[in-house]
Write a protein that binds this ligand. Structure first.
Ligand SMILES: [Zn+2]
Ligand SMILES: [Zn+2]
Length: 252
């Protein structure tokens, strides 16, 4: 099993990261892809990836921090950072109109610039989309990157089907285990098993039965169990298919 999206450089893990990684391995989660949120994550990701063969990372700036992004300076810094042998993607990038921590037009410009960089470098784009699916689609359809995942997919199938039809992936978090998430379980049901990955988004969104606690990569198994149930396959089969998809997507 692979946790295709976690934030191991988050302060929530600073005290016990070695134990967190060890628990993931014990649970059968061999490979971890740690995702950057802001420029200051880059050196932390490089340092962490050096400690374990099975930790890879992405570089990019979250829409929350778009207001701090200097396109001329930071695109070049991301381009340089992406040459590291453990860097496997650009992310997370995207649009978040729920929190709106950065102005909408700034988010759009910063997303489009980073998405174009992913295309230029032929790296997968890890996309965050919250209450912004129409604008995310417009920008994706304009840039047309080679590889892309809508991470922590919380959208209705009718809204994200076009991404799958275009050859992109959807990735599901612990939210699929929450009682009120019937719409998201319906999206899981409709999405072809070949077009999905599973992730934790740790330290956030712990699946049931860990809900409310700090999430960690070992918990991806609880999400995978629920996704397997919805798809009507065994956990072993879901693991095999989603692991192969993540290996191909990130070039692991
Ligand atoms: Zn996100
Ligand atoms: Zn994330």
């Amino acid at each position: 099993m692979i946790d295709s999206h976690c934030h191991l450089t988050a302060p929530e893990f600073s005290a016990d990261i070695a134990d967190v990684i060890a628990r993931a391995k014990t649970a059968g989660v061999q490979t971890l892809v740690t995702i950057s949120d802001e420029m200051s994550d880059l050196p932390k990701c490089r340092a962490l990836s050096a400690t374990h063969d099975d930790i890879f990372f992405t570089v990019g700036v979250h829409p929350h921090h778009a207001k701090d992004f200097d396109i001329t300076r930071d695109i070049q810094l991301l381009r340089e950072a992406s040459t590291h042998p453990k860097c496997r993607g650009i992310g997370e990038i995207g649009l978040d109109y729920h929190y709106m921590n950065s102005p909408q037009d700034t988010q759009q410009r910063v997303f489009e610039a980073q998405l174009a960089l992913a295309k230029e470098l032929n790296l997968p784009a890890v996309v965050h989309c919250r209450e912004a699916v129409e604008d995310v689609w417009t920008i994706v359809n304009h840039v047309k990157p080679e590889k892309l995942v809508i991470h922590c997919c919380t959208e209705k199938w009718d809204d994200v089907k076009r991404f799958v039809d275009a050859g992109y992936l959807l990735s599901f978090t612990g939210i699929v285990t929450y009682p009120k998430a019937a719409d998201i379980r319906e999206t899981v049901k409709q999405c072809p098993i070949m077009s999905m990955m599973v992730e934790t988004d740790a330290p956030f969104l712990a699946p049931v039965p860990h809900r409310g606690k700090r999430c960690e990569p070992a918990h991806v198994m609880d999400t995978a169990k629920v996704v397997a149930e919805i798809k009507g396959v065994s956990l072993t089969e879901l693991d095999a298919v989603t692991t192969a998809t993540a290996v191909k997507f990130f070039g692991l």
